[in-house]
Ligand binder design. Structure first.
Ligand code: NAD
Length: 477
């Protein structure tokens, strides 16, 4: 049985209610978490406020950095344990779960080093004045985390908030809490004072909603679906609480005829296969220049038929999807594709060892997807790659920008001038030229254009979002 972690201690929920934790690899419950409500959030916010007004808030920036570094080391020491927790909880293949634990340690390491490098400016002003700015923490920050990359998103969001001096209340997704409860315990072991890091579990519409509404929350960092992002924004607007929204994507991989296909195609495949396509920045559309369209589809199709899906512990190309409703969501998209006569080029294989009760989905490559079809417009959040041809650079830009999203884009071309033109013209928070994702990019600011959200996490830039800028003007004559 898992408990909430508030004020550096374990607490059952006030309601006494619990929720089962399901293993996506076999669909069976294996643990329980607390089904918390507004009372638990209230306790966590009070603990965080006391920390912010007390020992945590008084720490020098360099001391915060030392604590984050100690946490980074503890996470690295417990990486196998954390990876195993997230593997069972989320159905991640071993390599992915380990990569996520390593990324968590790296986020804390990065933000440990950033703590005492964040400073304001002096501003030349009228004679007789001295003017300068301070970057102050918001106070108590709320973090609503999705289930697809709990450790990574905790690392980038809570890591940045702590570095800036905030005290944090975290609401993990109800499907993926185990690793984050453990990380909060490790934070206590690392020496974070009580109340600096709190984790409260439960349903989004109950405890997530309570967090977003709580008057003691000074900033909300939400990562999740556009639909819930809208709700958070509405709730936060009532009390003018600042919000960072990291929402979904329908990210294009754009392959020009002069691309190095040997370099591009494995990356294009990985970008939709990783975490079974349940990645906000999944490269879920592949736009291919007409002259190489058939040849590229053939090569991609050949690779897709060799992709294997199975229980997380088998460490294959893909594990299961997170839950049955997610599997059903992918099936609905695929049956819409069938009804629209969208051709299936190839699909991967679910291995015989995969239990029937697990939530498996073979990766699917679809060709000639019309730009206005929902498969070209909406996030499937599963291993489905939509291919479409383009005729020219202008057409590629038009297709790339033809969704409501703008999170990430990949451009594959050896033409240097075109690389820059494309990077300028594609509306996405990150554009990768002849690579995709840059191997994680803890240091690289990340966030959306359009319905992919606003504000930036990751990198140094995130610290600006986790602080308030105060201008001080001194009139000394
Ligand atoms: P979701 O929006 O359903 O849930 C996200 C979080 O919000 C969960 O913790 C959930 O419990 C909580 N929540 C749900 N309803 C709530 C409410 N009414 N009030 C407050 N909180 C509530 O998203 P999901 O299904 O967990 O995650 C998948 C989505 O997240 C996808 O759209 C994906 O693209 C997006 N995502 C974006 C990024 C990014 O950085 N841009 C990263 C990962 C995931």
């Amino acid at each position: 049985m898992q408990l909430n972690f508030i004020d550096n201690d374990h607490h059952a929920s006030f309601s006494g209610r619990i929720l089962p934790v399901i293993d996506p690899s076999d669909g069976q419950p294996f643990d329980d978490i607390q089904r918390s409500d507004a009372r638990d959030i209230d306790a966590a916010v009070h603990a965080a406020r006391a920390a912010f007004d007390g020992p945590w808030g008084r720490l020098a920036a360099a001391e915060r950095g030392r604590l984050l570094m100690a946490l980074s080391r503890l996470v690295a020491e417990h990486a196998d344990e954390l990876a195993a927790l997230e593997q069972r909880d989320c159905g991640k293949p071993t390599a992915q779960a380990r990569a996520d634990a390593a990324a968590l340690a790296r986020y804390f390491e990065f933000y440990a080093g950033a703590c005492d490098k964040l400073h304001g400016e002096t501003i030349p002003y009228q004679s007789g004045y001295s003017v300068f700015t301070w970057r102050e923490p918001h106070g108590v920050t709320g973090h609503i985390v999705p289930w697809n990359y709990p450790m990574q998103i905790f690392g980038r969001s809570v890591g940045g908030a702590l570095a800036a001096g905030n005290a944090c209340v975290v609401k993990p997704a109800e499907d993926a809490c185990l690793s984050l409860i453990r990380v909060a315990q490790l934070a206590a072991e690392a020496g974070f004072p009580p109340g600096a890091v709190n984790v409260v579990t439960g349903y989004g519409h109950e405890v997530g909603d309570a967090l977003a509404r709580h008057p003691g929350i000074d900033h909300i960092s939400f990562t999740g679906s556009p639909k819930v992002g809208t709700l958070i924004q509405q709730v936060a607007a009532e009390r003018h609480c600042p919000v960072t929204l990291e929402l979904g994507g329908k990210s294009p991989q754009i392959i020009f005829a002069d691309a190095d296909l040997d370099a591009a195609l494995p990356v294009v495949i990985n970008a939709i296969v990783q975490n079974a396509g349940q990645t906000c920045s999944a490269g879920s559309r592949v736009l291919i220049e007409r002259s190489i369209y058939d040849a590229v589809l053939e090569r991609l199709g050949h690779a897709f038929t060799h992709l294997r899906v199975g229980p997380a512990a088998m460490d294959l190309n893909l594990g299961p999807l997170i839950r049955q409703s997610q599997q059903q969501r992918v099936w609905d998209f695929l049956s819409d594709a069938q009804a629209a006569h969208i051709p299936v080029v190839a699909q991967g294989v679910v291995v015989d060892e995969a239990p029937e009760s697990g939530f498996y989905q073979a990766p699917v490559l679809l060709a000639d997807v019309p730009v206005d079809h929902r498969l070209a417009q909406e996030e499937v959040f599963g291993p489905v790659l939509a291919a479409m041809p383009f005729e020219s650079e202008d057409h590629a830009v038009q297709l790339a920008n033809a969704t409501r999203f703008g999170l990430v884009a990949g451009v594959w071309t050896q033409d240097g001038a075109r690389q820059f033109r494309m990077a300028r013209r594609v509306k996405a928070g990150q554009v990768f030229i002849n690579n995709y994702g840059a191997g994680g990019g803890v240091e690289l600011p990340f966030g959306g254009y359009k319905s992919s959200g606003y504000g930036r996490e990751k990198g140094f830039e995130a610290l600006h979002g986790f602080t308030v800028l105060k201008t001080v003007a001194v009139h000394h004559g």
